[in-house]
Design a protein around this ligand. Structure first.
Ligand code: ZN
Length: 422
């Protein structure tokens, strides 16, 4: 008999509880055991990986999104064809009907900020696992009935599976007009709000000017980089700390702990670090729990900022997801500037600046948008002084009157001309 979905979620809740316990006792031994299990039960069914069975992880090739997608047919364990799966995913996205599946598996598209869309496929077991991780680590268990307002670009079966007597998910399609969201969320009065920071900020503004009056107990930030300024605005408005979730192609990579740091879910992931300096690294992820589309040594495009956390967990703590490699500005051959420095410089120019954007037009030109035009000069001269202090003279800074942000896409406050090769 087929196990009902909700029962599966409960089974996974128990399983990940023990996995976390096992990791915290002995991280290395736990990961080695999970890695062996993954090879035996999952990679043996993947045409790409079955010949590499029972070898050291380091012998497996590192893949970026492009190769990962290019190798889709060889990687997946269900003999799925990329074009067939893509067709279903695109059709679902265009019709906004997200129920079709392929061989009983859920397909979806993940939007990359660089425009290249990723295709992900998950089984019902993986959906149940995802739900269990979300409940255990983000929403937290409660016997009180709660309503969740979930803003996302595309719905998929993945999310609508989280319905029960205790948690009711309500989906807000990011492509709908903001007025509709305002009306619906006011009616709903959610206990939990989940969305990208640019959207959460719009909701905070609506709350401030009394278009809505909501009292969520949790505000959860997903998808985009959450800057400390946006975090403060949202927290001050809703009077609750903003929790962050770090996801990739629908895998849960990490979330905020009670001390406000993000932790990578290393009880289900092996994270290799490509260090950029003493604190910053690019993660290379091996997901020990996925089995339809195994994620092995997948090199992300993110810059993570490592830290130590006193909450007691041995899982790697991060102060922040600092940005993406696409946001690193390059000047000439060898000079690079991390997006965090640009952000700090602009914010440092005036405490009133909270909406800005920098777009690198060429190695010598930047366009700068500041919502409060009276503060533009201050921000521009702070940037100018910063570049000079870094030995990058003669950068022309132009005024931009509009924020570049396509509806439904991720807001990027800092756009580099092209990502540097490092
Ligand atoms: Zn912590």
């Amino acid at each position: 008999m087929k196990t009902p979905f909700k029962l599966k979620v409960v089974q996974y809740l128990i399983r990940i509880y023990f996995e976390r316990w096992s990791f915290e006792r002995n991280p290395k031994r736990h990961q080695e055991r999970m890695w062996l299990k993954l090879q035996k039960h999952v990679l043996s069914r993947s045409p790409k990986y079955n010949s590499l069975e029972f070898q050291d992880l380091k012998t497996f090739p590192i893949q970026e999104k492009k190769e990962f997608m290019g190798d889709f047919n060889a990687i997946n364990t269900q003999e799925l064809d990329f074009n067939e799966a893509m067709e279903i995913a695109v059709k679902a996205e265009n019709s906004r009907d997200f129920t079709p599946t392929i061989k009983g598996l859920t397909v979806g598209l993940s939007s990359g900020t660089s425009g290249n869309r990723g295709l992900f496929v998950v089984s019902e077991n993986e959906r149940a696992m995802w739900v269990a991780v979300i409940i255990q680590r983000v929403i937290k268990w409660s016997f009180k009935k709660r309503k969740v307002a979930f803003f996302l670009r595309a719905n998929s079966n993945l999310y609508s599976s989280v319905q029960s007597k205790l948690i009711a998910f309500h989906f807000f399609d990011l492509l709908s007009p903001m007025e509709d969201h305002i009306r619906r969320i006011q009616q709903l009065q959610p206990d939990i709000v989940v969305g990208q920071p640019s959207l959460l900020k719009l909701l905070a503004e609506a709350q401030k000017n009394n278009s809505i009056q909501i009292q969520p107990q949790k505000v959860i930030s997903v998808a985009e980089v959450l800057s400390p300024e946006d975090e403060k605005t949202i927290e001050n408005t809703f009077m609750v700390p903003v929790q962050q979730v770090y996801q990739c192609a629908e895998g849960m990579l990490g979330q905020t702990c009670k001390h406000g740091n993000l932790h990578l879910n290393e009880d289900g992931l092996i994270v290799e670090k490509e260090w950029l300096d003493n604190n910053r690294f690019i993660p290379i992820i091996t997901d020990l729990r996925r089995n339809t589309q195994p994620l092995i040594r997948y090199k992300m495009n993110d810059i993570l900022h490592a830290t130590e956390c006193t909450c007691g967990s041995k899982m790697q703590a991060l102060t922040t997801i600092e940005g993406r490699m696409d946001d690193v500005l390059q000047f000439g051959q060898d000079k690079i500037i991390f997006p965090d420095f640009i952000r700090r410089t602009i914010i440092g120019a005036s405490p009133e600046i909270d909406n800005y954007q920098v777009i690198q037009v060429s190695y010598r030109e930047l366009s700068l948008f500041i919502s409060d035009v009276e503060l533009w000069e201050a921000a521009a001269s702070a940037l100018d002084a910063f570049f000079k202090s870094q030995g990058i003279p003669n950068i022309a800074i132009f005024k931009s009157n509009t924020l570049r942000h396509e509806k439904g896409s991720k807001l990027r406050r800092i756009h580099a001309k092209s990502s540097p090769t490092m």
